[in-house]
Design a binder for this molecule. Structure first.
Ligand code: T1G
Length: 685
């Protein structure tokens, strides 16, 4: 069942029924095309098209994009709707996205419920609208609006859509509203493509191109969407549709579209280990230890999910800080229109900060976000064990430390788990769920379920130094420091990685987070570091010089006026000096060599993480690198990118580097196995 039809008086109702999001697959296209003939045979006065389950249509079924298109093609279906002598009216609830919005545009009129959204997110999947969106939208909302809507990919609220003339009305009951449209009025509405085409203003196109070069650097689809609109503006619709379709099909098979589709489905397919089948514990009241940046962000994320939250602090000053931090997040959300005043008040009504641990005696989960010190965490966990019920789950937000060590601070280690949030914790989607050796299934299921409730992307990881993301990050930085010392500068390295698609390079990022964090981790690792492994001392010297980053006005860069960033010759000299002390003959790495070394270092480390079972799949590593560490989405994540390079080539390059440094560049056994067996990394586990 994908499309059902019914008649009421002389009005036809066509319902799209393809749970869960009414994706427009083959059966929906067939059903819609049959519905056009059905309505014409009955000589109906109008057709109202709507979606079942409070959702109009989420767009074309992206799962069909890897196979050849099958008729009837959506553009042809929509042309039939558009040309029919029986006018169609779209009654939109939920979302009308991509092909869903294109169905609506082929209708004479569009009516939305107040909370509904309409838009063209195709560019987020690396494609452009392929069923008339680039042809009909400019006629309806004008050139500038259509360029922004299609090249930006962001959906519009019903009100915004009404304001620009994309829809005709907003009605709490869109179906009823569509039914009540005056017949004469409906008969006078001009079909979208028969409206006058907008003027092809070169300045408008130039502004749109500038906008996408800023917002979507390196991505093809946004630019191609602008090109198609510019090329087809004023052409007969059939010619325009042909150009649009050809561009859509070409992009659909592109590497960028395949990468973005891979992430789209990977993001939704994060699953618990198959052998974990226990039910989740019920969560109502959650304790958060520590009201600093992370603790207050975690607390707000929990409040957003409807939970009652108590932040535990060590003294009154801490309580005040926690209250101030949470209130400032609430005010910021209010200001951005993410919540209204009632939403702010209900969240704050469920929030408390206190030094009194007995106030959380009914909490079923505690999340510790205290100082990143094992001693501190062990004391906190012992206190939580006393204060909370015996079956309460005790989680640590640690970003590096050994969850098994933390668990040994309580009598029942099965209650202990890691929940590694990423700052800002109420915004970043990634959540590493760290499964300790003793972590119980119920603790894992409860935290995984909580992550979904927080609308985060939970990735189950094992225990090692830095889990998945920070372990790869540490290798990335080590490789960068090595390249710097042996023949480059922080700014050349940053520039090379920005050209690859990162929003910022490793040195700019470190200046933001502070060099002292990684320095503390290196000191913690001193006792266990392989003495044979080459150690790059430049970052230590930076800390000794007090160059901690933005917060001290100087780090890898100088910040003379607090915002602008300038290269610092003193830092460049540090690399030269350390190379001299180490007796190294420096080279001059070019951007390609820089990118190759840093990316191969991360790929090799990630392969070891997979080989050791710390990550459960290559797709999980893709999610971590994209949603936690800024790896460019349109490259699909670190492992998807590695597979696009080809494992055999990767192994050959690593073997060459291994001759340079057999420890740092030891080729991962997993990569060797993939090369030997001729399999992709994604199929290795
Ligand atoms: N195709 C196939 N499956 C889809 C899908 C789609 N377009 N959208 C969602 N799903 C699946 C998803 O994988 C998950 O599956 C389930 O539905 C629930 O999704 C011709 C070419 C609509 C806002 O880009 O933005 O139209 O995990 O968890 O949080 O010009 O889904 O249950 O097995 O995201 O309530 C353009 C993509 C396509 C919209 C709902 N459309 N979807 O969010 O649920 S290209 C899009 C979304 C196109 C035309 C062009 C969201 C949602 P499973 P979910 P949600």
């Amino acid at each position: 069942m994908s499309v059902t039809t019914r008649q009421e008086n002389n009005v036809g109702f066509v319902e799209i029924d393809n749970a869960p999001v009414n994706a427009i697959g083959l059966s929906v296209r067939q059903g819609l095309l049959e519905a056009v003939g059905w309505a014409e045979r009955l000589m109906l006065e109008r057709v109202i098209v709507h979606g079942r389950g409070g959702m109009f249509a989420a767009g074309a079924d992206a799962r069909e994009f890897d196979a050849p298109p099958v008729e009837p093609h959506l553009p042809d279906v929509l042309n039939a709707i558009d040309k029919s002598f029986v006018p169609w009216v779209a009654a939109i609830d939920g979302v009308a996205l991509g092909g869903g919005a294109e169905i609506a545009l082929a209708c004479r009129m569009r009516i939305m419920t107040p909370s509904a959204r309409i838009g063209f997110p195709e560019v987020t999947l690396g494609v452009i609208p392929g069923a008339g969106g680039t042809q009909r939208l400019p006629h309806v909302v004008g050139l500038a609006n259509s360029l922004e809507i299609i090249s930006g990919g962001k959906p519009l609220t019903a009100q915004a859509a009404l304001d620009i003339g994309l829809i005709h009305d907003i009605d709490d009951d869109a179906l009823h509203g569509a039914f009540m449209v005056n017949t004469e009025e409906l008969g006078c509405v001009v079909p979208a493509q028969d409206l006058p085409a907008p003027v092809a203003d070169p300045e408008v196109f130039a502004r749109a191109r500038k906008q996408v070069s800023l917002k979507s650097p390196g991505q093809h689809a946004p630019r191609r969407a602008i090109d198609v609109i510019e090329t087809t503006i004023g052409l007969p619709i059939d010619e325009g549709l042909a150009i649009e379709r050809q561009t859509f099909l070409e992009l659909r098979d592109s590497d960028q579209a395949k990468s973005l589709r891979h992430l789209f489905f990977a993001e939704r397919n994060t699953k618990l280990p198959a052998d974990v089948v226990t039910d989740s514990a019920e969560l109502v009241h959650v304790a958060v230890v520590g009201g600093g940046t992370m603790g207050s962000g975690i607390a707000y994320a929990l409040l957003n999910a409807g939970l009652t939250v108590t932040i535990l602090e060590t003294d009154d000053a801490g309580v005040q800080r926690a209250n101030a931090n949470v209130n400032s997040i609430v005010e910021a959300s209010l200001k951005r229109g993410l919540i209204d005043r009632l939403g702010a008040d209900t969240r704050l009504a469920r929030f408390n900060a206190t030094t009194n641990y007995s106030s959380v005696s009914d909490a079923t989960l505690a999340i510790e976000a205290a100082f990143e010190s094992m001693d501190v965490k062990r004391v906190v966990f012992a206190a939580l064990e006393k204060a909370l019920p015996a079956d309460a789950i005790l989680a640590s937000n640690t970003s590096y430390l050994d969850v098994n060590d933390i668990a040994s601070a309580v009598s029942d280690p099965t209650r202990v788990i890691g929940l590694h949030f990423f700052a800002p914790a109420h915004i970043m989607k990634l959540l590493e769920v760290v499964r300790g050796d003793e972590t119980s299934d119920i603790a894992l299921v409860t935290c995984f379920t909580l992550a979904k409730r927080l609308r985060k992307i939970p990735v189950t990881v094992g225990v090692c130094d830095g889990f998945v993301g920070n372990r790869i990050l540490a290798r990335y930085r080590e490789a960068a420091d090595t390249v710097f010392m042996d023949g480059s500068t922080p700014w050349d390295i940053d520039e090379a990685m920005v050209e690859f698609g990162y929003a910022m390079g490793p040195y700019t990022a470190q200046d933001l987070s502070g060099l002292d964090i990684a320095h503390a981790n290196r000191r913690r690792q001193d006792a266990t570091r392989d003495p044979e492994r080459r150690y790059i001392p430049i970052a230590d010297r930076m800390v000794e010089l007090g160059k901690l980053g933005r917060k001290t006005g100087a780090g890898w860069y100088r910040y003379p006026d607090g915002t602008g960033r300038v290269d610092d010759p003193i830092v460049a000299d540090l690399g030269i000096e350390e190379a001299h002390f180490a007796g190294i003959k420096r080279v001059d790495y070019d951007a390609d060599e820089i990118r190759e070394r840093l990316l191969l270092a991360m790929i090799n480390e990630a392969a070891d993480i997979l080989h050791e079972g710390i990550a459960r799949s290559a797709a999980d590593i893709d999610l971590v690198t994209v949603f936690g560490y800024g790896f460019p989405r349109w490259r699909g994540g670190l492992m998807h990118y590695a597979d696009s390079l080809g494992v055999s080539d990767i192994v050959l390059k690593l073997q060459k580097l291994q001759n340079e440094d057999g420890i740092a560049w030891r080729v991962s056994p997993l990569l060797m196995r993939c090369a030997e067996q001729g399999i992709k990394i994604r199929d290795a586990v």
